[in-house]
Design a binder for this molecule. Structure first.
Ligand code: FE2
Length: 290
């Protein structure tokens, strides 16, 4: 596991705009906070509060707008704005998704998948290198939650991620809930996915809530949807404990974006992650050196 020096070992909490004023005013207990830069770049008041908060909490920056998977290339103006924010915040980590969310200059309010083939590897490697050069920091790339596979993918997601690490020396953010969601939706074994994940590159884990929806039609089925709107599912906690035994202690973030509860509920989920980590790692000499 490639933990950055100085990164807290306890779980952190995603800081959303709804909690910003409360956190600024009351400084609740939290080991670290992760923010989406896109929430702050056009909001000077929020940005001012964030800079104030950053004096008391380690901050991680998780971009949902740096679109490393876009065929048209990375949006350099957006990247420059993120760099400016990062230079002021000096975050403990910078991350984003294995996906594309811009097309011909338009932002799409979603994260879209890519086929896992040689062409995508080349495209993404170029863009990740560009992002890392522009930000002057390692970029943590997050595995997506998937609902459909591409028939013309030629490699598994874990092989694809390993190849990107080899070509760019980027780090990986393993979203445990995404692994469970994708494994259920696409019919593969989540534990085996963790076994095959490039453990030496893992720098962060995410845990978020999801919902199950029943799809009608000629072949009714149940689909898990990564809504970040609920407590962490018991299946995701089990997979988290399993992943920690393979990766070793890893900074973990509680992500909650929709139907947001009070901050104390998020902090409670972070404490549960810490308890599960302590139990999972008790007496475990994991194979991957920190
Ligand atoms: Fe995530």
């Amino acid at each position: 596991m490639a933990r950055n020096p100085g990164t807290p070992v306890q779980a952190g909490v995603g800081l959303r705009l709804q909690h910003l004023a409360e956190v600024a005013a009351t400084r609740p207990a939290a080991a670290w906070l992760e923010v989406h830069p896109e929430n702050f770049l056009a909001n000077p008041h929020a940005l001012e509060l964030l800079h104030d908060i950053a004096r008391d909490y380690p901050i991680s920056v998780h971009s949902v707008g740096v679109s490393v998977g876009s065929i048209g290339g990375v949006d350099r103006r957006h990247l420059a704005r993120v760099r400016e924010l990062i230079d002021r915040l000096d975050p403990i980590m910078v991350s984003g998704h294995l996906a594309w969310s811009t097309h011909e200059g338009d932002y799409l309010n979603d994260l879209w998948p890519l086929p896992y083939d040689a062409e995508s590897v080349a495209l993404l490697a170029d863009h990740i290198n560009e992002v890392q050069d522009a930000l002057a920091r390692p970029y943590h790339l997050e595995n997506p939650s998937s609902y459909l596979g591409f028939a013309h993918s030629t490699m598994t997601e874990t092989t694809f991620l390993a190849e990107l690490v080899r070509r760019t020396d980027c780090r990986l953010l393993c979203d445990i809930s995404n692994v469970h969601v994708s494994a259920q939706n696409l019919g593969y074994d989540a534990f085996r996915y963790i076994d095959e994940f490039p453990a030496e590159a893992v720098g962060e884990l995410h845990l978020g809530g999801f919902v199950a929806e029943d799809e009608d039609g000629p072949m009714p089925s149940r689909v898990l949807i990564d809504t970040h709107s609920r407590p962490i599912d018991e299946n995701a906690w089990d997979l988290y404990a399993y992943a920690l035994r393979r990766f070793g202690q890893t900074p973990t973030l509680i992500e909650w974006d929709n139907d947001l509860p009070d901050f104390a509920t998020l902090a409670g989920e972070a404490r549960r992650a810490d308890r599960i980590a302590a139990e999972a790692l008790e007496g475990v000499a994991h194979a991957v050196a920190v």
